[in-house]
Structures are given as C-alpha cells and as structure tokens.
Design a protein. Sequence first.
Length: 390
Amino acid sequence: MKNKWTLWALAAVLAMGFAAAEKVHIMWSGAITGPTSDAGKYYAQGIEDYCSWANDTGYVSGVEFVCETRDDQYNNANTLRNFEEAVDRGDPVFLGYSTGGTLQLKPLVQEVGMPFIPASYHIGNIDPPDNDYIFLPIASYSEQVIAVLEYIAKVSPGAKVAMAIHPSPFGRAPVEDAKKAAKDLGIEIVEVQEMAKGLDYTATLKRFENKGVEYIVYQNVAGPVANMIKDAKRLGLKIKHAGAHYAGGPDLLRLAGDAAEGFLWVTAYYMPHEDNAAAKFVKELGAKYGRPADTIESVHYPSGMLAAAIAIEAIKEAKDAGKKINSESVYQALLKMNWPNKLAVGPVTYSKDDHVGVDQLRVLEARNGTFVPVTEPFSSELFRKVHYGK
C-alpha cells in the first residue's frame, strides 16, 4: 500500500509539473503552396522541427512552445490576417516570410511593437522609417548579390552581367544596390530581366548572348533558376551563372543536375555534407522527425530553423532574466543578443542600431554535384558603402 501511494504521489507531482508549463505561441505565415513554395515548404518544416526539439529537450525551462506554420499562399492579405490573429492572442514574436508581406506589415509591426523575424532578407525591411521591431536572420539580399558581384569582378574583371529576378518585391529588392556596386567594381549590368514562371527562356538567353553577357546573377528561388540554366546548357551557351541565397543550394542541384556545374552561390548557412556541428545538428533533427532527404539537404530547412531558434533564444533569455514572456521582453532580449548558434557561419548579433543577425557570408561553387566554399566567411564592405554611404 505504501508503494501504491508513493507512486500516486509521484505521478501527481509530475502532472502538476507538466500543467505548470507556460504555453508560448509562435506563428509563422508563409508560402507552403503558391509562388516560392519550393522554398517555403522546407522553411516551415525547419520551424516545426526546431520547435519540437526545443520542447522535447526542455530547452526553455517551464515553457512549452506551440508553433503554427500557416500557409498564406504568398498572399499579403492572408499574411495580414495571420499577423492580426497573433497580435490578438498576445504572441510575443511573429515569424514572417515574403518581402511584399513584410513591407506591407512594417508600419503595423511598429505600431503594435511585436518583434518580427522574416524569411525575406530585403534590407528595406529594416531601413527607416518604421524599423524598430523587424530583425533579419542573416545578411540582406543586397549584401548577398554584392558579395557575389565582388567575386565575379575578382575572377572576371570587367565582366558583363545580366540580372534575372523574381517578378515581385523579393526579386527587385537588391537591384538598385547591385547597379551602384557594379560601377564601383568596374563591371557592367547590361540588363535586368524579370522571370515569368514556367516559360522557355530561349529568347531571353539569346538576347543576353547577343549583348555579350558573361554572367547571369539570379534573385529568385531554385525552380525558375534551374529552368533557365538548363535552357542555357541546351543552347550550348558559355554564360556562367550565380545567385543569392534562395536561388541556389542543394535544391538547385536536385532540379538542374549537371547544368548547375560552376554555379556561384552566396549564403550564410553550412551545407549538409560539411563536417561540422551545424551540419550534424540539422541532419540529426531531420532524422529525428522523419524528414526525407530533400528536406534535410535543402538550405531552406536550416533557414527556417534559424528563424525559430532566434525567437526561442530571445524567449529563453527573457525567461532566464525572470521577465514575463511578452513582446517587450522578447524585443529587449533581441536587442542584446550575441548568440553563437548551431546553424550559420557566424553568430547572431543584434543591437539597437543593427538588426542583421548573422553578418557573414560565403561564396560557394557547384562542383561535381555539390556546393563547396570558395571564400572564407566575410562581410561586404562595399555593401555598406553603397547602401549606407559609409
């Protein structure tokens, strides 16, 4: 009888412990279907799995995370409704997605004072005005494109470059900064072409060839980029290809095959084949939560993880400091963040005047079916000169 009551008491204590866990909601709104969903679906899975890992490991003592990944179909009206629901519920932080949706919400984010971590790396998200509460996980599209232009100028001085971009604010985000940087680098951007989805790109590529284009730099997601570089290979063109974060990675290799050989790509994330703690962590989580190889190898999987991780780390810092978990305490924690993290090539650091998390990037090149780094992690000084005049 004594053992029976001892077990009952232990069970009651455990039940009370579980009941005492504070539930903290985090919502992500992004494209699981619709435009750019070939990136968004993996990004959502990264958020889901990092949240599950945080709960399973008790990463934040006394907190249970309830993470929702909402499919907004790349529709700004849906994004707005999701954000308003999160605000009404009292969520302490919001995870966003598209450039257009983030720019639309920017004044409202400022008004309600909710920290906002987008998948869009557009520098305009954090430029004045209304820029206190949005935090980029990694360096902006502008810095990414300028970084790859710097590399092109180094290996091919005086090169002629075309830009092929997504027909959206996301695609257009780095164009003006890229044009300014090209002048400093002594290379020429001869044309900027928006890419309509699913078309044969023969005419565009022939026009580029006739203009003497040596490199195409992409600001897009991998699907359209794969179609264009496969068309270039089919046509026997000698044009080389390069792109910002969402344009490349293992997703591109899977879609484009050997047509991607030599593709130059810039990102702040490690590759799954690399021998380091970041790659190991991503692969372990993917295996733990039953993700297929396409998910684990996609760069968008750790991208989603990092967004969730930044939010959860800020919540942890607020909790550890004895603060009530709300938008203000999470905001204050973000402003002081200096976190080594397990996912990217540099630490996540923020301050009142710096809302870019990971400041470093690498240029990688597709060689024999994998992306290998051709630079060490670096920050682009030219980006700062071009965009900020510093």
